[in-house]
Design a protein around this ligand. Structure first.
Ligand code: SF4
Length: 391
């Protein structure tokens, strides 16, 4: 039986939080996850093991002739022979059956502010117990977590953290949500679903930050136990997706429509990469699609690119480009546009769409004031979309 991570004594004050960040930075130095506000887990840390794998039969595959299988989890639909793995590196054909290799074995376990996901309309100023396994079904050239997303679970240091133990840890660290994040989490969907079911009973929200590249059936199963999704809408052309991510746009748009139909709270992230997806006409087209298909209240985060991984030669996104995108989104009728990765920018705040008063004031991941009453603007009573009460 797994022991819980070292508990956090009480709700953090600022000094404790910073101290936690510092300790975490030390512990996570090898994880490749930049700037994580994680807590160390002395007892668990000793149990981290390189290449630890947790086998689980996938419900999402079709047997083919000759012992081959087709994976039905994401639109890639990898076909494999015995002993082969799919593109994401975490699913393997063993004797004509398809298995997840990362059930209960995350390589990243952190306690983050929920604003870091980024969720700006979900329980502000609370902690999110955040996990990731190795692997990803995309190959984004700008990935900030490429050391784990482009790795196989054989090569990462993996915890032994079954769903029950994960929930216990989330409770002990006083997390009001769980976030599957850092890499594409739907590649460990069996783990996410089991965690989500237990989270529901424990009155903890289940959330994810995803690229949205998942097939409809598994997505529908996931929605049964998913409260909120932060989806990367990385660009708005198939060419961009093909060139920069190795994936495609159409399935992501279908996922967004599906989440809307299943009433899962959704926020969008659009990383603006200079010279790649910063055309304002295209950004306006994207905003119009969001307005028409998802409605005016979906939060949209335009985030700043920094030179990273395979795009080190590019410059950071000019602030003026992000501000133009933010302005375009507002002009097209989106109520909650934000600028991300520029702490202190005024476009981090949540503004009431009716009276224009500040409802939530933020600097980076830190909240300095909240003016909400029962999910409505504290000044004029306008309902603000989001999840504002604990599960
Ligand atoms: S989830 Fe992985 S194995 Fe399955 S189709 Fe997608 S990339 Fe291939």
């Amino acid at each position: 039986m797994s022991e819980p991570l070292a508990p956090c004594p009480s709700r953090m004050d600022r000094r404790q939080f910073l101290s936690g960040c510092f300790r975490c930075a030390l512990l996570c130095a090898g994880s490749g996850l930049a700037g994580n506000a994680a807590f160390p887990a002395p007892s668990r840390a000793q149990e981290i093991q390189k290449g630890r794998k947790g086998l689980k039969l996938s419900p999402y595959f079709t047997p083919l002739s000759g012992g081959h299988v087709r994976c039905d989890l994401c639109p890639r639909q990898c076909e494999t022979a015995h002993g082969e793995r799919g593109h994401c590196r975490v699913r393997e054909n063993r004797d004509g059956k398809y298995y997840s290799l990362v059930y209960g074995n995350p390589c990243a376990v952190h306690v983050d502010p929920i604003e870091k996901k980024p969720f700006f309309h979900v329980l502000p100023s609370t902690r999110s117990f955040s996990i990731a396994t190795a692997g990803c079904n995309f190959n984004c050239k700008f990935c900030q977590n490429w050391e784990i997303s482009q790795a196989s679970p054989d090569d990462t240091m993996n915890y032994d953290l079954p769903p029950e133990a994960l929930i216990r840890n989330a409770q002990q660290f006083q997390c009001e949500s769980i976030a599957s994040t850092y890499v594409e989490p739907t590649i460990f969907i069996e783990y996410m679903i089991e965690v989500g079911k237990l989270a529901k009973s424990a009155k903890i929200l289940n959330t994810m930050h995803s690229n949205g590249y998942i097939s409809p059936k598994p997505l529908d199963d996931l929605c049964d136990c998913l409260d909120a999704a932060c989806i990367d809408l990385k660009g708005f052309t198939e060419d961009y997706y093909r060139e920069l991510t190795g994936g495609s746009l159409a399935p992501v748009l279908e996922t967004l429509q599906h989440l809307k139909a299943r009433k899962v709270h959704t926020e969008l992230v659009n990383l603006i990469v200079p010279g790649k997806n910063d055309d304002m006409t295209r950004i306006r087209t994207m905003c119009r699609w969001i307005l028409k298909e998802l409605g005016p209240d979906v939060p949209v985060h335009f985030t700043r690119f920094y030179p990273m991984y395979k795009l080190k030669s590019l410059e950071p996104t000019p602030v003026s480009v992000l501000e133009n995108a933010w302005k375009a989104a507002r002009e097209e009728g989106l109520n909650h546009a934000y600028i991300g990765n520029i702490p202190g920018h005024p476009a981090e705040d949540t503004i009431c769409p009716r009276c224009k008063q500040t409802v939530i004031k933020r600097t980076g991941y830190s909240i300095s004031s909240i003016s909400l009453k029962d999910g409505s603007c504290g000044s004029c009573g306008q309902k603000i979309a989001g999840i504002w009460k604990p599960a």
